[in-house]
Design a protein around this ligand. Structure first.
Ligand code: F0G
Length: 353
């Protein structure tokens, strides 16, 4: 049978109300590739298997689509007319796309001036009402919670339990491809919905199919690392704007996932994130947005610090969003391209000379 999206493939394993499946709103999200990254593994010292779960290949360019198909299908199933979310950009684009397909209105609140170009453009293209808040993501989240409590607008942030249900499917896919859970799973952590979803998914699959459990390495940006610091961060700042979050909604569940899995949550600097973004693109041909390189940057740090020995291990790094989401992360830092007159001699001089 042709692939029809994560609800169709794994709906039976998701805790969704019965009205959800009848109204499935899908863009055939999920089924993303698990790509072996031998060049990068070698660069990090070798002796282990490394796979990239390339979530940037979802329909709107990020993993959010897995949860959004569930949340919007549920909302449509009870005839909701509109959805709302706070977002650093990817949730906004995803909510807007699925709402458009469902014939619903979408409203997205974003922190002013802190959303990457490809995400803002996406939200606008899909027809969302885009509202910039003179504040942080955390301020925006507080506001959408308040307004959705007061008015019949469906909240589709990852506080919505159906988002988590949908995002569990990434863990199922990894286990299906590897025929077991990996030894380690590394991923970036912002509002902490995704780490919560992965851990729930792995636990469920292990009960069902004895696939085993990974140790989870959650990685925050150093300027936005409340889970590492042990307290909220009032003014989070990082080049990885997707995870520029100081008060994660699912902080406790994230810490629990790290603890129960015998893993940990660590922080990496912006420079480490950008270095890894470049390394992944140049060694493997996989270009991800800065936040999406954080998991791998954390892995590199752990290996370099000999915090754990990767030898013989199978490691999956989740790359959550496509590089095209944030072109300026590259173009702002690159040296200007060569300019030559349209003459063969000039071209030869640059290429051969
Ligand atoms: N990576 C990317 C590319 C993201 O967009 C996000 C979150 C994360 C990682 C972290 O996931 O929040 O579940 O811990 N982006 C949200 C948004 C906050 O609004 O798009 P998380």
């Amino acid at each position: 049978m042709t692939y029809q999206g994560v609800l169709s493939k794994y709906g039976g394993l998701l805790d969704l109300p019965p009205h959800t499946s009848a109204s499935a709103v899908s863009l055939l999200e999920g089924n993303t590739p698990l790509i072996r990254a031998d060049n990068l593994a070698r660069r990090l010292g070798g002796g282990f298997e490394l796979f990239i779960k390339y979530e940037g290949l979802n329909p709107t360019g990020s993993f959010k689509d897995r949860g959004m198909t569930a949340a919007v299908s549920e909302a449509l199933g009870r005839s909701a007319l509109s959805v709302i979310c706070a977002s650093t950009g990817n949730t906004a684009a995803s909510a807007a796309a699925y709402a458009a397909r469902a014939g619903m209105k979408s409203v997205v609140l974003i922190p002013q001036g802190k959303v990457a170009a490809g995400k803002l453009a996406g939200a606008a293209a899909y027809g969302a009402k885009v509202i910039q808040i003179e504040g942080s993501f955390d301020d925006a989240l507080t506001m959408v919670i308040e307004i959705s409590n007061k008015h019949p607008i469906c909240l589709v942030n990852s506080i919505n339990p159906y988002r988590i249900e949908g995002q569990k499917t990434a863990a199922f896919e990894i286990c299906d491809v590897l025929e077991s859970a990996p030894d380690w799973l590394c991923l970036p952590v912002g509002n902490a919905g995704n780490i919560t979803a992965y851990w729930a998914g792995f636990k469920q699959y292990d009960k069902l199919k004895s696939t085993g459990l990974p140790q989870i390495l959650g990685v925050q940006a150093a300027g936005a690392a409340p889970l590492v610091l042990g307290h909220t961060v009032e003014n989070p700042e990082t080049v990885a704007t997707a995870i520029r979050i100081g008060r994660p909604a699912r902080a406790e569940q994230a810490l629990q996932a790290a603890q129960e899995s015998n893993g940990r949550i660590i922080a990496v600097t912006d420079q480490e994130i950008l270095n890894m973004q470049k390394m992944l693109a140049e060694l493997e041909g996989i270009w991800v947005e800065p936040a999406s390189a954080a998991g791998l940057a954390g892995l590199a740090l752990e290996i370099a610090a000999m915090a754990f020995n990767p030898r013989g291990k199978r490691i999956v790094a989740v790359c959550t969003g496509h590089g095209l989401k944030d072109p300026e992360a590259i173009t702002d830092r690159m040296s200007a391209p060569w300019v030559v007159p349209p003459k063969l001699a000039a071209l030869e001089e640059i290429i051969l000379g």
